[in-house]
Design a protein around this ligand. Structure first.
Ligand code: ADP
Ligand code: MG
Length: 705
């Protein structure tokens, strides 16, 4: 990279933020170790260790003014003490104050010595949440301190921050250490890493003021606004954090772009043959996205493209055509899916399309073991296997490719960036890396895509194949289960097919399988004359495939399944879906499941069976499902209801573990974040690096791109 002139705002080497925390007065090795557990190693890490919430100890409330639900500080004298039973210890302490009201303090865990000190007449300063008890207001396990007889209560002059803490490091010490670090905060200009011109352009307030405010808000600060993270000072910090992340992802992407990739511009022979054999024509959207992918593949720079499209939009065909382009150019392709069942479906489709063209498709899942695995590995290593389909097993050590040119990852949201990198590194040959195509069936809200996937280009298949009829969705109480079963019976009599999905949230696959077996028995008995099949995660791949095949050919009328069918399963004749305990599932999962029907020309319906009473969130989710079939709408709603961490799956939130920003809440900041990010990367690379280090803590995570 050419050297650029760096503006004069770069702080000197004596930047106090870069000193180790051990340099602070009173921070010895033990405390430094405890801080390190929280990822706090440099002084600046403490500056950016932001409070989770605040406690208001700036005033003492009169007991008479307390309201249930509020957190308050009171001073009162002990009026009565009651020690609980021997087998269920409990300590109840009634205190009263000048407002002539009584508050009950309730302790379930206490030491005898502690209890002995709480005698009538003793004055206490208490802080805690007020609850409505059976006989009046109470506080359970309040924080408290005995006051001396004439001791005046010194209230805090600032709201008290509560920091993310860790075992062995209490709030008090942590807050004290943060305060010491804040004492070293340099002047506003020196602290600022966003160039002044950009701050002015985007109306960004002083970072120094924002930090001091967030660590020590004044007593009149709007606590509710602070609690929601919507205070301007917090928004200023959120902006900077999002900016740091954006810069990190862009850097990672740039690093990949500097590498080389094989030019995959085959003669189109295989692709034309596959298209000719398909029983349908590509939609305009498939055509467009397919062309975008082919253009990328023909470049000597690694492709990093995310293809998103709603369930059933036909992403698999696009992926298969991309794979053939690589094969035509003499390179290998790896296709990875998150579950064995989905990988099997891909295997099935790919074999169906590619093998008639003389392109062998290799299978490499976790369950392929022993000799079969050795042989498969050898074929992959020698380059004799042009296309390999599998699960995470493909990403494990010991799998080597001869000429990996393209990696296709399906259902991206379940993989993390790190996993993506691991797979791509399989094909690494010095500076040469394979192209990467990522498919996602869960549409990612635009705002999230911009941020979480700033390292990818995005293509959208925004059109469904013709002839599909929208799925009609209804929510039905489990009390009317019998009617639903009747309905299935009638549908099957007309030659239609149905899914019955059991959704136990139990973690164990065994319990889930059991629940499905129970439903299978129930339906088999109730649906006379219909053949009912069963599929769950504990079955062997061969058994699963046999059941799926029987359902596909129509031999089975009803398929009872666990959520293993959530992704990828494709049986166009199935037009009815019943989802049990739908109130327990998230929107993304419900949408995925529902996407299994509505694939043929027959009008389809989806019945969401629920167990009343419904909670507020569940009610909203089911309402959204009834209102719309649009995956993008649903994803936006999901983001609103759940927050981005969960939308993307916890496994990959490492990147998204923000300290202060919240993608759902702060999405409005993203356009400006992008603009400032681009300018900093182009004109102020050194500040960009330091900003990233400040927030992301060591650029190491991005460096391995
Ligand atoms: P998804 O995007 O959910 O992965 P699939 O690739 O599984 O969707 O496609 C869903 C179904 O639609 C499959 O049966 C596939 O063969 C079919 N399909 C794909 N493209 C078209 C098209 N252009 N016209 C008609 N059917 C199509
Ligand atoms: Mg798919």
């Amino acid at each position: 990279m050419p050297a650029r002139s760096t503006p004069a705002t770069v702080p000197s080497r004596t930047d106090p933020g870069l000193s180790p925390v051990g340099a602070l007065p009173g921070v010895g090795p033990a405390l430094a170790d405890a801080l390190a557990k929280l990822g706090l190693e440099q002084v600046q890490d403490l500056w950016f260790h932001l409070p989770l919430r605040y406690e208001d100890r700036t005033r003492v409330a009169a007991i008479a003014d307390l309201r249930p639900g509020e957190t308050a500080q009171v001073v009162g004298a002990v009026e009565a003490v009651e020690r609980g039973f021997r087998y269920r210890p409990q300590l109840k302490v009634a205190i009263g104050d000048a407002s002539r009201q009584t508050l009950l303090l309730r302790f379930f865990h206490f030491h005898r010595a502690q209890a002995d000190l709480l005698r009538p007449g003793v004055r206490l300063l208490c802080f805690g949440e007020v609850r409505q008890g059976a006989h009046g207001l109470e506080m359970v396990h309040p924080q408290y301190r005995r006051l001396g007889d004439d001791e005046a209560v010194a209230v805090e002059d600032r709201l008290s921050p509560v920091y993310p803490a860790t075992e062995g490091l209490g709030q008090k010490r942590l807050a004290g250490t943060v305060a010491k670090a804040l004492a070293l905060l340099p002047g506003a200009t020196q602290l600022e890493l966003i160039p002044a011109a950009l701050c002015a352009e985007h109306g960004l307030a002083s970072l120094r003021d924002a930090l001091l405010y967030v660590h020590r808000p004044p007593p009149d600060a709007a606590l509710a606004q602070l609690a929601q993270g919507r205070h301007p000072a917090q928004q200023r910090l959120a902006f900077e954090e999002l900016l740091a992340q954006h810069i990190g992802l862009k850097r990672m992407r740039a690093a990949v772009r500097r590498r080389h990739a094989p030019v995959l511009d085959g003669d189109g022979r295989l692709r034309r043959a596959m298209l000719a054999a398909l029983p349908f024509r590509l939609t305009a959207a498939q055509q467009r996205v397919g062309d975008e992918v082919l253009d990328d593949l023909a470049c000597p720079k690694p492709m990093l493209r995310l293809v998103q499209g709603d369930v059933g939009s036909g992403k698999t065909v696009v992926a298969a055509l991309a794979a053939l382009a690589a094969v035509e150019a003499g390179h290998q392709v790896a296709l990875v899916a998150p579950t064995e069942l989905l990988a099997e479906q891909h295997l099935h489709n790919f074999r169906h399309w590619l093998e008639p063209l003389g392109v062998a498709v290799e299978w490499l899942a976790g369950k392929v073991a022993g000799k079969a695995r050795q042989r498969a590995l050898a074929r992959v290593a020698e380059g004799a296997a042009p296309v390999v389909v599998g699960t995470h097993a493909l990403m494990q050590e010991g799998v080597a490719f001869a000429r990996l040119g393209l990696v296709i990852v399906d259902e991206q949201h379940r993989f993390g960036v790190q996993q993506r990198l691991a797979l791509r590194d399989k094909g690494r040959d010095g500076e040469r890396v394979p192209h990467q195509l990522v498919l996602t069936a869960t549409p990612i809200p635009r705002t999230l895509a911009m941020s979480a996937y700033a390292d990818l280009d995005v293509s959208s298949i925004d059109e469904l194949p013709p002839g599909r009829t929208p799925v009609q969705t209804l929510a039905v109480s489990n009390a009317r289960r019998g009617e639903v079963i009747e309905r299935i019976h009638a549908a099957c009599a007309e030659g239609r097919q149905a899914y019955w999905v059991c959704t136990l949230i139990e973690e164990s696959e065994q319990l889930r399988a059991q629940a499905a077996e129970v439903a299978h028995a129930e339906l088999s008995a109730a649906l006379e004359g219909c053949r009912v099949g069963l599929i769950h995660g504990r079955m062997k791949p061969k058994e699963k495939q046999a059941v799926m095949d029987a359902f596909k050919t129509g031999e089975l009328a009803v398929l009872v399944a666990t959520t293993v069918i959530e992704v990828g399963v494709d049986v166009p004749n199935a037009s009815l879906m019943v989802i049990e305990n739908s109130e327990r599932l998230g929107l993304a999962q419900l949408h995925q499941l529902r996407g299994r029907v509505g694939r043929g020309a027959v009008a389809s319906s989806c019945v969401l069976l629920y167990q009343p009473p419904l909670g507020q969130l569940a009610r909203e989710r089911l309402a959204v499902m009834r209102e719309t079939n649009d995956g993008f709408r649903i994803a936006e709603k999901d983001l609103e209801l759940r927050g981005p961490g969960e939308v993307l799956g916890t496994r990959q939130t490492g990147q998204l573990a923000f300290r202060i920003a919240d993608l759902a809440r702060d999405a409005h900041l993203l356009p400006a974040v992008q603009q400032v990010g681009e300018r900093m990367l182009a004109q102020y690379p050194e500040q960009a690096t330091r900003l990233m280090q400040r927030w992301v803590g060591g650029a190491a995570r991005y460096a391995q791109a």
